[in-house]
Write a protein that binds this ligand. Structure first.
Ligand code: PMP
Length: 312
């Protein structure tokens, strides 16, 4: 999926403790995080509703909770509380005034200028910016994916449960290999080399005999907030079982349906894997149902889930 940069956006960033014009938000080339990837980040979506003419940020607090967990793992201290970050994020979006779906990128990093990769005795800082963002992966036409020859980083290498900037070099190798091979996305194997982990920046679900199966946390996944949202949809709205268990590579070849999920990816159907068609190659029935409910929830159309949607 091609993303086009809109040069008029964003206009602002939260940087150095205040909201300033994005062109003034600059970092030094010696910045430790730029040299060594010693930073953590989040990706949050805000949805524009045509009927209400409002923006709703989806599960913002949960994203900031994970942000703090990532910071804890990487020993980054944030001077702000979750509530303060939520308020700053709302202010930023208000100032941008988007009338379309957008994406929020909070980033906490080692801003010191000394040479050497380490997590202590370093200055630390945070910035936030937002961009307009439509589809990241195709939502209607099932995509072609392959198993990557690059495996996912294990917990005692770069912890995948934290969104560490440096570990996205691993994701970039996976995604690039897939694109060069004529695929749209990669599925990675966990560090045991034997089991399915996730996509380059999204979790994966398999449907087999009406069971929804997804890899467990110990297969080196980021425990996605979308994955968790889908657990609620599958349990509460569809009354179906979720099974968190290890998945073998060839189980994907005979799945009834496969789909990715993530803040960027949303709910994206997979049409083939390693050249094997999934089901009849069209979007699966359950995938479609889950996708529909997901979009109703993020656009605040189901009151039961309104607490997840923050009006801007
Ligand atoms: N795995 C990885 C590696 C990711 O980068 C993402 C995107 N944050 C996900 C899974 C999905 O997580 P979430 O649903 O919280 O966006």
């Amino acid at each position: 999926m091609k993303q086009t940069l809109k040069p008029e956006h964003p206009k602002f960033a939260f940087f150095g403790g205040e909201i300033i014009p994005i062109n003034e938000a600059k970092i030094d080339i010696r910045t430790n995080a730029l040299q060594y990837g010693t930073a953590v980040f989040e990706g949050i979506r805000s949805y524009w509703t045509e009927n209400e003419k409002k923006n709703y940020i989806f599960r913002m607090e949960d994203h900031y909770k994970r942000f703090f967990d990532s910071c804890k793992i990487m020993m980054i201290n944030i001077k702000y509380s979750i509530n303060e970050l939520c308020d700053i994020t709302k202010d930023l979006l208000k100032k941008e005034g988007y009338k379309e779906d957008s994406y929020i990128r909070p980033y906490a990093y080692n801003s010191g200028l000394n040479i050497g990769p380490k997590l202590i005795n370093n200055n630390q800082d945070i910035f936030i910016y937002t961009i307009p963002l439509g589809e990241y992966l195709n939502l209607s036409k099932p995509i072609k994916v392959c198993i990557s020859s690059w495996m996912r980083v294990p917990d005692n290498c770069i912890p995948p449960r934290a969104k560490v900037a440096g570990s996205y070099a691993n994701a970039a190798l996976q995604k690039t290999e897939a694109l060069l091979g004529g695929y749209e996305e990669a599925v990675t194997l966990s560090s045991d080399g034997q089991h399915i982990s996730e996509g380059s920046a999204m979790n994966i679900f398999m449907v087999k005999n009406e069971n929804l199966i997804t890899p467990p946390a110990y297969n080196d996944i980021l425990e996605g907030i979308t994955r968790n949202t889908l657990f609620e949809i599958i349990n509460n709205e569809l009354n179906l079982n979720i099974i968190e268990r290890q998945i073998d590579r060839t189980e994907l070849y005979t799945a009834d349906e496969l789909f990715f999920c993530g803040t960027g990816a949303q709910v994206s159907p997979i049409g083939s894997i390693d050249g094997r068609t999934v089901g009849d190659g069209k979007m699966g029935k359950l995938t479609k149902k889950i996708q529909n409910i997901y979009f109703d929830i993020v656009k605040n159309k189901i009151k039961k889930y309104s607490h997840w949607c923050t009006e801007v």
